[in-house]
Design a protein around this ligand. Structure first.
Ligand SMILES: Nc1ncnc2c1ncn2[C@@H]1O[C@H](COP(=O)(O)OP(=O)(O)O)[C@@H](O)[C@H]1O
Ligand SMILES: [Mg+2]
Length: 237
């Protein structure tokens, strides 16, 4: 079982969109995918066509046995667990992640966690084989946050596989090009590609779906296929 934690260095950088799109691309290539929403916004289900009336999720339950009754499966076969509409402390999130290790899964199963930006990585029960993807946008705020994050990582004894991934990249912007080039040459943890800014991602969300189903020949879908292939290579290391 491979665990992937996806989180923005700040809010609104696209972690839920990346989790949903990546989940469907992985599923298409015959990886079993379980996506878990750890964010109180509870909007992951939106990308998988979850009906509005289904507002409950794991946070509404006091035990793991009851929480797993809230799993759903989308039309692509992706299994997902909504956050729900109750409150959860970071300790509840940690407990849920640990409980997910109990799943009787094959080695070909990937658990994708949509992590809220407000939770500290140090509060997550990360292990050596985990992959953490921290999303960034190519702007000055993320530039500053990356360097703060690197200082913290240096002090911690992190042993998981940690990467920064640029999302919503605007190829027409000189500033974005310069920042991405700078990070590529100075940051060893930078993923060697970016996810382009593509209206298809917003449009497919409006259809409560993902790029793979709404626009399979789009730049966005190509980008998520690149991301999935690269993660498979990192998971194998
Ligand atoms: N690569 C992208 N190109 C265009 N829009 C994007 C992209 N990634 C995310 N978005 C848009 O950015 C907004 C925030 O995305 P979301 O996934 O909800 O972020 P988060 O989960 O980090 O809060 C949404 O409107 C989403 O459609
Ligand atoms: Mg989100």
């Amino acid at each position: 079982m491979q665990r992937i934690f996806i989180k923005g260095v700040k809010g609104g950088l696209g972690s839920t969109s990346v989790v949903a799109n990546l989940a469907c691309v992985l599923k298409k290539s015959d990886v079993n995918v379980i996506a878990i929403d750890l964010d109180a916004k509870s909007d992951l289900g939106l990308h998988f066509g979850l009906p509005w009336k289904c507002t409950k999720g794991w946070s509404n339950e006091s035990s793991f046995e009851k929480a797993i009754t809230h799993f759903h499966q989308d039309s692509d076969g992706v299994i997902f667990l909504p956050f729900g509409d109750s409150h959860a402390e970071p300790s509840d999130i940690k407990k849920l992640i640990n409980n997910c290790n109990k799943f009787d899964c094959t080695a070909n199963t990937w658990l994708l966690f949509d992590c809220p930006s407000y939770i500290e990585l140090e509060q997550l029960p990360l292990e050596r084989n985990d992959i953490v993807l921290e999303l960034i946008n190519c702007d000055a705020i993320c530039h500053s946050l990356i360097y703060k994050r690197l200082q913290k990582l240096k002090k911690s004894d992190s042993n998981w596989k940690h990467f920064f991934l640029a999302n919503r990249y605007n190829s027409a912007s000189v500033l974005e090009f310069d920042l991405f080039s700078l990070w590529q040459s100075t940051l060893p943890l930078m993923a060697p590609f970016f996810i382009n800014s593509d209206e298809v991602i917003k449009e497919s969300t409006a259809y409560r779906n993902v790029a793979l189903n709404c626009a399979p020949y789009s730049v966005a879908n190509d980008d998520f296929e690149t991301l999935a292939g690269w993660l498979v290579s990192k998971a194998a290391l």
